[in-house]
Design a protein around this ligand. Structure first.
Ligand code: 26M
Length: 822
């Protein structure tokens, strides 16, 4: 196995053990005779942390010394998961740790399992940011992530009586992976007023005064690259009352309560991650979070730039800032404000600098997810920023007017200010106007944004401003770490572990599809992964599942557009079919385990109903003696990154079944295929490109196409809307009370029958069921199934986040790698 050229830490098993003992005894002040798994986790992490620190410092020094262009990835979410396993693998010393821990009496899996997930994200968008950090470091790009250090990450999900219950996720009790930088603080201003005056040269000056100040404190997390000394930085901001713990003046005057209240109000800003995924609800605290984080990050970036004493015109030669969705869009306004009000630049020079610095990634076309903020709220919280937004809009609309002199309506349509009641700031439009590139995250999605929500902007700017960068995933975590046996088997056939840095090398695997012994090994690994998942299911739900059954998995956030309801209706249909058979007929059927997992946003009532239906169906089906192993329905509680690492390698089939045109990309589809699972899916997001790469015969596609969705919705609303007859039977069964109080599920049924079936569940039902029959038939022929699995993996090279990051670097950032030599 690969080992980093060492500059720090331990050199082998024995030195590792010494370091663990030293940390237990001195850092943790415990006796080695009283060292439990938790203490062993802490000491192991500290030993590896020491191992990373010098590389980390040297990387930063080298990047500063060389004055190279850096990428700044601004994301309100970084869904990192666990760090220890990743650190061990990236520095190439997991074997040393495994042997050392064994001598100390521990199993490395148990120690890894002690770590709390860093769950600072909701789903796809946050996990994408985490994969990008891994690729940026592994490819030696000078890059920093900027985010918020939430005290509470995404809530923990418990299932009680079949319902989701949310429990707070307090994760900071012991976190060896963060370094507080109490010397790196930024004062952030809110509220107040703007006064305008004219200086001695007749130039207008705006001063933002008054209001309140909250302090941002930096916490740094090292991001080690795989097989390279490059160790980048993730800087997370934590909020604190300015002037430290509490206001001494007030405290001295005996105003204890009010001084503590101020402190708490300040700390609230970084207290909790908003648990919505693809839904925007316009809360003041959310806007405060956004500005707090953006202002602190830009202050930091500008401070670093100014150290180089370069002219401002060179800013975008040194700095590329990527906006992960519209959440950091205020950064555009903040940089313009800094250049204008603080640095005294002219508007047009400042604006050229701003637009050449920023790139904006769009992750959704769902209208309910597009960010808009009331003008009144913006005026109150950020009065100077609102003025600048109005000016940006004015200059923008003037250029539009010039280009389209006879088109009144286009000005209304593209205005950054929506002339509604109340008026709203359209953040996506602001992000487009303030960036030099806008990208979607899969081909279909990038085409859709150009022809729908951003159509007018393509007319205005021309098509070159808009581009596609299809998402990817890091093969380090999602293959090597999650599925070590498969990774080793692949390495033994494709010439070692180089494929983990150049995933296209997987193509060398393809010829082994014809090798019977290889197929047997391949199958045994999949089976072992299923056994491991079956154990987890048994331990957490009490249900016994047969590892020889087809494991059919859908794990992702619960959302109507992702259509878990289609899946569970399909499961009910299967159950009814089995119930209608004679015992002899049943014996010929293929056993299945339908596995679900995912969180519903706490305020998303319908999503919670879907979870309830899945659990209710499970409690009937799993206890039906006529059914036995033929069908089990499992809901895995608290789906997160570390659970995904167990679930992904254990699927035979996974479901990516969104209404066509709604899922921007999806990334779990890539993870499942990379782990040898086949997929059933709609022609949506990255499924389309996966099909192109692996071949149509290796994927189960079904359902209506994106181009037909609009017309179908129209006929639902204005024409005849007959529900599919098999789906109607499913509804009648639910209404009979077979799965508990029918009333609980009436809204889900009404959404299809009465409310226009917006997500086309009925339209796609027949094709979905038919395609599942094809899956059953294919699975019966195990040799052919395994061939499909091997061939698919061999053709997945394109979906590495390394490819994706190289595309961003070339098309959007114009940055180059910087190798840190020893
Ligand atoms: C917005 C406002 C207030 C609170 C939260 C939000 C918010 C948070 C997360 C909105 C959207 C959020 O994430 C959306 C997301 O995860 N999108 C997914 O991005 C993936 C990476 O590009 C894609 O693969 C998925 O298709 C897309 O749904």
């Amino acid at each position: 196995a690969w080992k980093k050229n060492q500059t720090s830490g331990f050199r082998g098993k024995t030195e590792f053990e010494k370091e663990v003992v030293r940390h237990v005894e001195t850092t943790l002040a415990r006796s080695v005779f009283n060292c439990d798994e938790n203490a062993a986790y802490a000491a192991t992490s500290l030993a590896f942390r020491d191992r990373l620190i010098l590389d980390w410092n040297r990387t930063q020094q080298r990047q500063t010394y060389r004055d190279s262009k850096r990428v700044y990835y601004l994301s309100l979410e970084f869904l990192m998961g666990r760090a220890l396993d990743n650190a061990m693998l990236n520095v190439g010393q997991k074997d040393d740790a495994k042997a050392g821990l064994a001598e100390l009496g521990f199993r490395i899996e148990d120690i890894i399992g002690q770590e709390h997930d860093a769950a600072l994200g909701n789903g796809g968008l946050g996990r994408l940011a985490a994969c990008f950090l891994d690729s940026l470091a592994s490819l030696d790009f000078p890059a920093w992530g900027y985010g918020l250090r939430y005290r509470y990450g995404i809530f923990k999900q418990e299932i009680i009586d079949g319902y989701q219950v949310e429990v707070p996720d307090y994760w900071l009790d012991f976190n060896p992976w963060e370094f507080p930088r109490h010397d790196v603080t930024v004062d952030i201003q809110f509220f107040g007023n703007v006064s305008k005056s004219v200086d001695s040269n007749g130039k207008a000056i705006a001063k933002w005064e008054g209001g309140e100040i909250v302090q941002a404190v930096a916490f740094d997390v090292p991001i080690p690259g795989y097989a390279t000394p490059t160790t980048n930085n993730l800087r997370l901001w934590s909020s604190k009352a300015s002037g430290g713990e509490f206001d001494f003046q007030k405290f001295n005057n005996g105003e204890y309560e009010s001084s503590v209240a101020d402190q708490q109000r300040a700390e609230t800003i970084s207290a909790v991650l908003y648990p919505n995924d693809n839904l925007e609800r316009g809360k003041e605290l959310r806007l405060k979070q956004q500005y707090f984080w953006v202002a602190a990050s830009l202050y930091d970036i500008v401070r670093r730039f100014k150290k180089s004493h370069r002219p401002w015109i060179e800013f975008s030669d040194q700095v590329a800032i990527q906006l992960n969705d519209t959440h950091p869009t205020l950064a555009i306004v903040e940089l313009q404000r800094i250049l204008l009000d603080i640095e005294g630049l002219e508007w047009s020079l400042a604006w050229d600098i701003v637009t050449s610095t920023f790139g904006y990634t769009n992750h959704t076309v769902l209208p309910e997810a597009l960010e808009k903020w009331p003008v009144g709220l913006m005026q109150h919280l950020l009065p100077r920023h609102l003025q600048i937004i109005y000016d940006i809009n004015l200059f923008f609309l003037q250029t539009v007017e010039k280009a389209f002199p006879n088109d009144r309506d286009i000005l209304r349509r593209v205005s950054i200010i929506e002339e509604s009641q109340p008026k709203m700031v359209r953040m996506a439009f602001l992000a487009i106007v303030g960036s030099h590139k806008v990208n979607g995250v899969a081909e279909l999605h990038s085409d859709l944004i150009k022809t729908t929500i951003f159509k007018d902007f393509v007319e205005i700017y021309g098509p070159d401003k808009f581009t596609n960068v299809t998402n990817g995933i890091t093969p380090r975590r999602w293959l090597h770490q999650a599925n070590p046996r498969l990774s080793e088997l692949i390495a033994s056939k494709v010439g070692g572990h180089d494929f983990l840095k150049d995933l296209t090398l997987l193509n060398r695997l393809e010829r082994y599809a014809e090798d019977k012994d290889f197929r047997k090994e391949w199958y045994e690994i999949k089976y072992a992964n299923k056994v491991r998942l079956a154990k987890h299911i048994k331990a957490t739900t009490g249900v016994t599942v047969n590892p020889a059954a087809l494991f059919d998995v859908q794990v992702k956030r619960i959302h109507e557009y992702k259509r878990q309801q289609l899946n569970i209706f399909g499961v009910i249909h299967r159950y009814l079919t089995l119930k209608g058979m004679t015992p002899e007929e049943r014996k010929k059927m293929l056993p299945r385990v339908s596995i679900f997992g995912g969180k519903a946003a706490p305020g998303y009532w319908m999503a919670k109903q879907i979870i309830h239906l899945i659990n209710s169906v499970g409690s009937i089906v799993n206890n039906d003696p006529e059914i036995g192993d033929l069908l089990k329905v499992i809901f895995i509680a608290d789906y997160n990154v570390s659970k995904a690492e167990i679930i992904t390698p254990a699927s035979d089939l996974s479901e990516h079944i969104s209404t066509a045109g709604t899922e921007a990309s999806g990334t779990s589809n890539m993870k499942f295929v990379l782990n040898g699972g086949l997929i059933i899916g709609t022609c949506d997001g990255a499924n389309i490109e996966i099909t192109r790469e692996i071949g149509e015969s290796n994927i189960f596609l079904f359902g209506n196409l994106a181009e037909d969705v609009e017309d179908l919705r129209h006929t639902h609303n204005y024409g005849d809307h007959a529900i599919d007859s098999d789906l109607e039977k499913v509804f009648l069964e639910i209404e009979k009370g077979t799965f508990g109080t029918p009333n609980d599920f009436s809204a889900m049924i009404a959404a299809v029958r009465q409310h226009g079936d917006y997500y086309l569940v009925s339209d796609d039902f027949h094709s979905y069921i038919e395609t599942h029959h094809l899956v059953d038939e294919a699975y019966r022929n195990q040799e052919e199934w395994i061939k499909k699995s091997i061939i698919s993996v061999a053709r997945m090279g394109f979906f590495s986040s390394d490819r994706c990051i190289n595309e961003y670097a070339e098309q959007i950032w114009n940055v180059e790698p910087l190798v840190v030599h020893d």
